[in-house]
Design a protein around this ligand. Sequence first.
Ligand SMILES: [Zn+2]
Length: 526
Amino acid sequence: MLSTIFRGARVYDGSGRPPQVVDVATYGDRVVLIGRLDEQDAREIVDCTGLALAPGFIDVHGHTDELWLIEPRVESKLRQGVTTEIGGNCGLSAAPLVHDVLRRQRAERLKDYGIELSWSSMDEFLTLVERERPAINVATLVGLGTTRANVAGDDPRPLEREQSATQERLVREAVEAGALGVSSGLIYPPGSYATTEELSAMAQAAASAGAPLYATHLRSESDALEEAVDEALRIGRTAGVTVQLSHHKAWGKRNWGRVHRTLAVIDAARDAGEPVFADAYPYLGAWTELAQILPPSSRIGGVEATLERLRDPAQRAGIALAVELVWQGRWHEILITDVASARNEELAGQRIGELGRSWGVKPVAAALQLLLEERLTPAAIFFEMTQSDVDAVFSARFVAVGSDASGRALRGVTARGLPHPRAFGTFPRAVGRYSRRRRIYDLAEGVRRATSLPAAIFGLRDRGLIERGTFADLLLFDEEALIDRATYEEPTLLPEGIRAVYVNGVCVLRDGAFTGERSGRVLRHT
Ligand SMILES: [Zn+2]
């Protein structure tokens, strides 16, 4: 007997075509029949009158990674209708971890979450995730910041030939274990120390192991945005790989409008046959480490070396001067979201300007003091984008949706701090609000950006479309109601309009309640 029949839904099949009212039947983990199925019987019949059915959303830019081990429901994503998350972005992945110092640093950080570092290779990590039975499908890239840290620690110099060979081996092994490609995060040390040549060589190593994909957080999203896009395209050409520009945007008022130029450059490359794509989140605030305000020179040598400089009054004064040059008059644009220590925990939700006032010091002094006390770990939202840029990016047909967030629960360790609203709102906002209210595209196109487009870019076979034979990752929703509610003030408000989420044919969320099933899989590149 058939497993489930979804009767009479308006079916958005993920291709971008207008919806059709048809019945969809699953058997086991697959869609098996589409059409008029009045005569058919199934173990479960879902009356979908007045509702829409689409492929589950695919989050191409996730950062859950190790947290999959303790939050396998990936609640914040599942509740948006996400059925597949791709992690390992921005040069940072959960594996490989073979270098002693790196292992110690990572183990320390994971201890905060109650995670014991018990893996070193990508294969071991993915096997552990499989054992936790995630509720959604998960996949990962291998981060070139992570692989570089394995072979060179915090050393900013170009790699020796032997180090380079070792890094290539780590990349190949990760791909053979299932990584979908490589990622870089060229503003985060030590990944930022990689030269264009090094990145090309690593992308090539991934390609030779069967995963020709390079996803990149560009070297600059502000003053040198165009140069950074050129570098990424060069790497794509040299290595012969697909290029995915992560969270595409222009940062800082003086750079607003530049995305029109980068989008034109990408268009031209695509017209010339180059496989170049991008992803974006539909918000004006960026969310990253507060330490991004520090000049790169002050971070050479790693965390300890940076803290040492901040402790030294003379060096700290120099750093303050450099930071002030960039941020003076704009401290209200930075909102603290995450502070680890109990002493400073309640600072989450404050702007740096307010912090300065409450500590009775200049904002720059408050920011540096906080970084020092918290060992560079605080996260912050930077209000640096403009809506017309975000609209322009979302208007481009090669732009997929990516949350740039880790999965969070509403309780427990992953609920600590204050998230960016994108953690709970990205998909209903990009698909619902951006089609119905902002009219960037129609709903069918919004669905495509979150389903078949990402599946095609990342090579996720038989996902992202509702067709005979595809996996039954399905989202039942109310198309008039689908919308995000999370705000900067109340970032964990759940979206509206999601009725049920099926992962590999099994219902995991129905009318806002978990069913208890966790039917996700680890999707390994094959
Ligand atoms: Zn990033």
